[in-house]
Design a protein around this ligand. Sequence first.
Ligand SMILES: Cc1cc2nc3c(=O)[nH]c(=O)nc-3n(C[C@H](O)[C@H](O)[C@H](O)COP(=O)(O)OP(=O)(O)OC[C@H]3O[C@@H](n4cnc5c(N)ncnc54)[C@H](O)[C@@H]3O)c2cc1C
Ligand code: SF4
Length: 482
Amino acid sequence: MADPKGFLTTTREEPKRRPVDLRLMDWREVYEDFATTKLQKQAGRCMDCGIPFCHQGCPLGNLIPEWNTLTWREDWQQAIERLHATNNFPEFTGTLCPAPCETACVLGINDDPVTIKRVEISIIDRAFDEGWVTPQVPATKTGKKVAVVGSGPSGLAAAQQLTRAGHSVVVLERADKIGGLLRYGIPEFKMEKARLDRRLDQMRAEGTEFRTSVNVGVDLPASELLAYDAVVLAGGATDWRDLPIPGRELDGIHQAMEFLPPANRVASGELTESPYSAAGLDVVVIGGGDTGADCVGTSHRQGARSVTQLEIMPKPPESRSDAHPWPTYPMIYRVSSAHEEGGERLYAVNTQEFLGDSDGRVRALKLVEVRNEGGKFVPVPGTERELPAQLVLLAMGFLGPQKQGLLEDLGVELDARGNVARDQAFKTSLDNVFVAGDMGRGQSLIVWAIAEGRSAAAGVDAYLTGRDVLPRPIAPTDRPIA
Ligand SMILES: Cc1cc2nc3c(=O)[nH]c(=O)nc-3n(C[C@H](O)[C@H](O)[C@H](O)COP(=O)(O)OP(=O)(O)OC[C@H]3O[C@@H](n4cnc5c(N)ncnc54)[C@H](O)[C@@H]3O)c2cc1C
Ligand code: SF4
C-alpha cells in the first residue's frame, strides 16, 4: 500500500492549465508541469483496495494500485515496468483517456478519486526522460508475416505485440503519416505529436515496418493481403454521420474530420494555411461530444469571432444522478480545456435548416428548442430562431467503418451494426483475417482501441503458432460498466 493515511490527509490536486490567453497563442498541450513531490502525494492517496474497482473501469486492466504504490515510493523504474505490462502506450491514454478508472475508484464513493491518469502520464514521461523506454527486439523470429491495415492505436498495439512475439509485421496506412486519429484527428493541444513520433521510433527499432500512402482496397488490391500469413484490419470507424437538412449543400458546412486534419497539419508545420480556417468567423459546432470540443478549441486558436456548440440532449447534471451510480462512467456536465477557453454551449436544441447568402455560402442556422417526448425530440413551438454562422462543423459521431474499398473488396461479413463481425479470437469470416479497434467495435476510445489491438494480437499469435501466451485484456463483446 502507498501512504496508509494518504487518502485522509491529502486532497485531490491536479496540475493547473496554462492561462487561456497564453495557450490560445500556440498549439501546445494545455497543462503546466506538476511537481514530483505533489504527484507522489497524489499517488499516496490510493488505498490499495482489496477489490480495486479501477481495474474494472480500465479496459486494459492497468495495475493501478501497484504503480500508485511504486510512484509513492519513488521506484519509477518498477512503476513503468508494471505500467507497460498492460499498456503499450501510456502516453496516449495518460493524455487522452477520459479515465473511466477514476469514476470507478473506491475512494470516489465518498471523496474525490485518485488522480490515476495524472500518475500514469507522469510515470511514462519520467521513463522516456530517463531513457528507460528502449526497443524490445524479439530473441527469435517465427518466419510468419503479418499485415496490419490502419495505424491508429489499435493497429499500433497489435503491431507492437506481434512484432515482439517474433512475427514480421508491416503496417499499411493510407494517410501520409502514421498514427490514425492520434495524428490528424486529435489536436496537438490535447496530445503533442512528438509523443507519437517518439513511440514510433521505438517500434521501428523493434522491427515493425511502416508503409504510408497505401490505401488498401484502392491502391493495393485487398486480395494481395491474403498472401500474408495473417492480416489485422484496424481501419477505424471513419464513416461520419451527416445532417441532410435543407441548405446542407451551402459552402462553409464541413465535417469535423474535414476541418481537424488540415488544422493539425498547420500546427505541425506541414501546411501554411488551412482551407477551412475559422479566422474571423462565427463558428457553430453541431454535436456536444469530444470531437465537437476539439473543433471548439481549434476554432479559438484559429481566431474565430464566436464559437457556439449545439447539443440536442438536455444539459447533464453537475454530479452523478441515480441513473449513473458508482462505479459507472456518469453522464455529467464537464468543462474541457476547450470549453474553458470561451464560446457558448446550447443544450436541447435542434437545427432545422441552414440559411445561405446570395453567393451560396452559409450565413445562419435555423434553430429550435426541443424536448424529449417518449424517446423522440420534438420541437417546442415558438422557439425558432436564427443563429449567425459562416462556418458550420458537423461533429455528430460516426456510423461505423467505411464499406467501399477495403471491406467490400475483401468480402468480410459485417455484424448487425455494420461493423466487421468477429469471433471470440477477433477473427473475421475470412480464415486468416482478424479485426481490431473501432472497425470491429464501432466508434469508441483510445483505451479500448489499445485493448482491442492487444487482444487481437493474442488471437493472431495463437492462430499462427498454436501457443497461448499473449495477454487478452478484453473479449470482443466486452463493454464499459453500465
Ligand atoms: C476528433 C476526435 C477526437 C477524439 N478524441 C479522443 C480522446 O480524446 N480520447 C479518446 O479516448 N478517444 C478519442 N477519440 C476516439 C479515438 O480516437 C478512436 O476511438 C481511436 O483512434 C480508434 O482507434 P483505431 O485504431 O481503431 O482507428 P483510427 O485511429 O481511426 O485509425 C484507423 C486508421 O486506419 C486507416 N485506414 C482506414 N482504411 C484504410 C485502408 N483501406 N488502407 C489503409 N489505411 C486505412 C485510417 O487512415 C486511419 O489512420 C476521438 C475521435 C475523434 C474523431
Ligand atoms: S488507460 Fe484510462 S482507464 Fe486505464 S488507467 Fe489509464 S486513464 Fe485509467
